[in-house]
Ligand binder design. Structure first.
Ligand SMILES: [Zn+2]
Length: 408
């Protein structure tokens, strides 16, 4: 999202020892193993991966806190980020290495993935194969972000393998429910797990991302008047009624993206207003009397989520006032799913320079190519995202066979 200076840093003997201790084969094996578990948000498989991450960290000698999330308590919290997927359980996993105290660095990653979509778009129609073809590993979540989760574990393994004695703790966080609102990271913070700085190994096109837009899931309910299609003029289609609302949303999107922050580095649409689901009608020969549209509203940097919600609600209300049908049958807006704020880290924060310098130094040493870009909200602690990998959530997910982890 933003360019940062590539400060020069010299690799110390300790840095070189850690790099030389990275077990590339174990890293690839971990990634393939992660991909072969279909850890779609909210499923049992997501829990299975959390148990696996806890066991792996414990085997390395990390002090592991693995706990079952109290979903009811989390949902009642005033800052509850919302969820979208059905969920009956979830687990938090935090491993800490080194002396007591607040971790100097947190490496964080989520184990959940989004659903697979059309299987015909997948290699061999199998999103869970973890197949390696050439220099790429294929599978749902290879990019976002099981390669990052595997890289975090590779760092942990290398730290232990080279016998590094830490002056301050290192923590590795594995979280659930990132894809539907961020409940896992929220629960981890509430649990009291903090750090002075965090690197989230999301796919970022190889850039260091220090700011993220937020996103609010909305639902718009539009009523019509049902009648048989043969007597269409006696009714009013909810689908037709939605069209001026949809046009108003497009106007809101233009307005909110008129002057994008320079941090977005040329992205002309950093705050999309996107409708992802539209349900209307229940019979082909009936005029639909109800339409429900669900979508995602981008939250601007430094904008309170309440202000973003108010902007959309005002837009919908104004569109209804202008429309002869909707002024008597106004659309209703609700906010049923994931709700997360925007966030940013001061681009001058020392973490940014340290990560940039380390990347430059490792790249100079020839440890693999830079990658690409994506992101998650950064809140409550200095955090940066960085890992090779392509745009998140295309139908076909593939990640480069992971190079040695380089960030931090
Ligand atoms: Zn992700």
């Amino acid at each position: 999202m933003t360019a940062v200076p590539t400060a020069c840093a010299e690799l110390t003997a300790a840095d070189l020892a850690i790099l030389d201790a990275v077990d590339e084969q174990a890293l690839v094996d971990d990634l393939v193993g992660l991909l072969q578990v279909p850890s779609v948000t909210g499923t049992d498989a997501e829990s299975e991966l959390q148990h696996r991450q806890a066991a792996a960290l414990a085997a390395l000698g990390f002090d592991v806190d693995a706990w079952r999330l109290d979903l009811g308590e989390l949902a009642a919290h005033p800052d509850f980020p919302g969820t979208e997927a059905p969920r009956v359980e979830g687990y938090g996993v935090v491993g800490t290495l080194g002396p007591a105290g607040v971790p100097a660095l947190v490496l964080q990653g989520h184990v959940d993935v989004v659903p697979t979509g059309d299987l015909d778009h997948w290699l061999d129609r199998d999103p869970w194969s973890g197949a390696i073809r050439g220099s790429s590993v294929h599978g749902r979540g290879a990019c976002d972000m099981k390669a990052g989760v595997a890289a975090n574990l590779a760092v942990a393994r290398a730290m232990v393998a080279c016998g590094m004695r830490l002056e301050r703790p290192l923590a590795v966080h594995a979280v659930v429910s990132e894809e539907d609102g961020g409940l896992g990271a929220f629960a981890t913070m509430l649990r009291g797990h903090r750090g002075e700085a965090a690197v989230i190994s999301e796919p970022t096109s190889g850039r260091i991302v220090v700011a993220n837009a937020g996103a609010l899931t909305f639902a718009i309910r539009v009523c019509g008047r049902a009648t048989h299609g043969s007597t269409k003029s006696a009714g009013h289609s909810a689908f037709d009624a939605f069209l001026p609302v949809y046009a108003a949303l497009a106007g809101l999107e233009r307005e909110r993206n008129a002057h994008p922050d320079a941090l977005f580095d040329g992205n002309a649409l950093p705050y999309p207003v996107s409708v992802g689901i539209v349900h209307a009608g229940d019979w082909a020969s009936s005029v639909p009397d109800l339409l429900v549209a669900e979508g995602r509203l981008g939250v601007r940097l430094d904008e309170p989520p309440a202000a973003a919600r108010a902007a959309l609600e005002h837009t919908v209300a104004a569109a209804c006032e202008r429309d002869p049908w909707l002024c008597d049958h106004p659309a209703e807006v609700s906010w049923p799913g994931g709700q997360f704020a925007s966030g940013r880290l001061d681009a001058a924060h020392p973490l940014v320079y340290e990560v940039a310098g380390s990347i430059a130094a490792v790249d100079r040493r020839g440890r693999g190519p830079p990658g690409r870009h994506g992101g998650r909200p950064l809140r409550q602690r200095p955090a940066a995202l960085r890992r090779p990998g392509r745009h998140p959530h295309p139908p076909l997910r593939s990640g480069r066979r992971p190079p040695r982890p380089r960030a931090a």
